[in-house]
Design a protein around this ligand. Structure first.
Ligand SMILES: Cc1ncc(C[n+]2csc(CCOP(=O)(O)OP(=O)(O)O)c2C)c(N)n1
Length: 327
């Protein structure tokens, strides 16, 4: 069952989704203009999943994200500045500039980070949930993963263990139809990844991942189940990444028509239109919101560009080892 956000919650969620979209568009522009280096994975189009998960949970619940982690990290409370600083390789970045776009972690905000090894975060989250249970903690861990990752052995092993040990894990599948260039229809043995929960005795459900009110309510229901039953839960969110898999992806494996159809289900547009029809927002107020978010983002990026410098090996060692690497 979806819930209807009141005006304040709706504005908070819309702001978060717009910030996430503009952040990623900015990152894309900075990579294209070679202001930023390395690679990046954008989740433009998947903002309703990001906004619908962490804000629906207790701030002390943990998340373990994926290589496509910008939106999850913003939604968990990290600052735009600390994230962008990380992308620029600066020591005030979330991983002291050593990780870049794919390795964001923020322990202060209960974000245990992400890894480039697809599916590996699910095992980390399951281990964390075991420790939370041993500590009698009231909190849970969200294990984000994609449709592609759902085929990995480590994900299946983690679900089995979480089930037999009754661990507080919310397995959160972000089904965006593709794993790199592979369409899930050809790569996943079931038409809904939620069905895989049955094999492990895990309660599961599939919901519209482009509707933030639906995701938010489903996450709250899942958390209530985890706490009441002392068991994990698998939630599949069906969505679509408008962007390519990573930098320079020309998206030759799918049609522009498919993109157009999904474009009509833009998660930001869905919430915006709903708020306008409820009398909670005007078109002008929406434009002001976008303009303000863009101005803040541009200002932060401009300041950070001025701070850029080459990280020396000595600096890197001093961040990585307590004794500076003893070199
Ligand atoms: C263990 C492992 N195998 C393969 C890759 C290469 N790889 C990077 S992203 C990706 C696709 C992952 O798809 P999915 O889990 O659906 O997440 P999405 O990229 O759609 O968010 C693959 C295969 C990797 N990084 N790690």
């Amino acid at each position: 069952m979806a819930i209807a956000f009141d005006r304040d919650r709706g504005m908070a969620m819309l702001s978060l989704m717009v910030r996430s979209r503009l952040f990623e568009q900015k990152v894309e522009a900075l990579f294209s203009s070679h202001e930023m280096h390395g690679t990046t994975h954008l989740a433009i189009g998947q903002e309703a999943v990001h906004a619908g998960v962490s804000p629906a949970l207790d701030p002390d619940d943990w998340i373990v994200t994926t290589h496509r982690c910008h939106g999850h990290t913003l939604a968990k409370g990290s600052s735009v500045e600390a994230m962008l600083a990380e992308f620029f390789g600066l020591s005030n970045g979330l991983a002291k500039g050593l990780g870049g776009s794919m390795h964001l972690l923020d322990l202060e905000h209960h974000n245990a980070g992400s890894s480039a090894v697809v599916g590996s975060g699910v095992a980390l989250a399951t281990g964390m949930a075991l420790q939370l249970k041993r500590m009698d903690s009231p909190n849970l861990v969200v294990a984000f993963f994609g449709d592609g990752a759902s085929n990995r052995g480590i994900v299946h092993e983690s679900m089995n263990m979480a089930s037999i040990w009754g661990l507080p894990v919310l397995f959160l599948c972000e089904h965006n139809l593709y794993g790199m260039s592979s369409c899930a229809d050809e790569m996943v043995s079931v038409d809904s990844i939620a069905k895989r929960g049955v094999a492990y005795g895990i309660e599961s459900r599939s919901v519209d991942g482009n509707d933030v009110e639906v995701v938010y309510a489903a996450v709250q229901d899942a958390a209530a189940y985890i706490h009441k039953e002392g068991k994990p839960y698998l939630l599949e969110t069906r969505t679509y990444r408008f962007s390519g898999h990573s930098k320079n992806d020309q998206r030759v494996y799918r049609t522009r028509e498919e993109e157009r159809v999904w474009g009509q289900k833009d998660p930001i547009k869905i919430l915006r239109d709903r708020m306008v029809s409820r009398g909670h927002l005007t078109e002008d107020a929406y434009k002001r919101l976008e303009t303000q978010e863009q101005a803040v983002l541009d200002e932060i990026a401009e300041q950070l560009i001025k701070q850029r410098h080459e990280l020396t090996l000595d600096e890197a060692y001093s961040y990585m080892y307590a004794d500076g690497g003893n070199r």
